[in-house]
Design a protein around this ligand. Structure first.
Ligand code: ADP
Length: 246
């Protein structure tokens, strides 16, 4: 959010990557890509590439982290050192700790953790390539990986950001828009539209926020349809029965 004067929307209303204000970047998803994880997902969203592995419900180490009444949900967001233009410093940072916390909280209302007391459900996110919107990409991928792991959930969580670029409210900011735009508001919501994550970077008027929410609802609906289609495809594919000799 430097506010530097770079023209990000042309006279036809198109953004640098050719999108209209209300368009999300193209999304590509693969499910079940990690054989050691209970559930996994690889997701590309524009130039973002994220990989998520879900483990559990499983025994908790250290034991003192156990809870007698529920599973503990742990979410770890990590950026590979080669994921950004400048080398990202390896290991946890203030930013990655914050993203891990708010992303875990984005899932707490939907994961039925009370069914698995004394266990842990671990969600590991590796950002392989970052181009703004990695926390939202990671939440969308985590939702699919959790479903792939068979973790009972009240529904999927979808996530997308809106922001302000060249004075206009737009959906799903890319890196140039994030760098030179005026505001970035990542949002996550349940299938029923309950907001489970809302962060703000920059200033918007109440009217602009209202408009942004209209866009983000539309974006999340599109993402939910993509997530559902991927899961349907995976779980509707009939498992081939081995031929039995008689
Ligand atoms: P998000 O990726 O969720 O939008 P930010 O708004 O914090 O999160 O970051 C925007 C983008 O800035 C990231 O997607 C990434 O491209 C870049 N970025 C973030 N942290 C770093 C870092 N430590 N080093 C280099 N680039 C970074």
């Amino acid at each position: 959010m430097s506010g530097k004067s770079v023209k990000l929307i042309n006279d036809d209303g198109l953004r640098l990557d050719g999108r209209h204000a209300d368009e999300i970047r193209p999304m590509k998803i693969e499910i079940g890509v990690l054989s050691r994880a209970d559930g996994s997902c690889y997701l590309e969203w524009g130039r973002n590439k994220v990989l998520v592995g879900v483990f559990g419900p499983r025994e908790v180490h250290p034991r003192r982290s156990q809870r007698a009444d529920t599973a503990v949900i742990r979410y770890k967001y990590n950026m590979a050192s080669f994921s950004t233009e400048d080398r990202a410093r390896p290991g946890p940072s203030r930013r990655s700790i914050e993203i891990s916390k708010v992303s875990r909280e984005a899932f707490e209302p939907v994961i039925m953790a009370e069914l698995f007391p004394k266990t842990a459900i671990d969600i590991f996110v590796e950002v392989l390539q970052a181009d703004a919107g990695t926390r939202t990409a990671a939440i969308n991928a985590s939702s699919i990986a959790l479903a792939d792991a068979g973790i009972p959930m009240k529904g999927l969580v979808t996530s997308c950001a809106f922001g302000k670029v060249d004075g206009q409210i737009v959906l799903d900011l890319n890196k140039e828009e994030d760098n030179y735009g005026e505001a970035d508001f990542p949002v996550a919501m349940t299938q029923d539209g309950e907001i489970t994550l809302l962060q703000m970077d920059g200033n918007l008027t109440p009217d602009e926020i209202r408009k942004g929410f209209e866009l983000v609802k539309k974006g999340c609906k599109e993402i939910l349809e993509i997530q559902q289609a991927v899961l349907r495809k995976k779980f509707e594919t009939p498992v081939e029965e081995p031929e039995v000799e008689t």
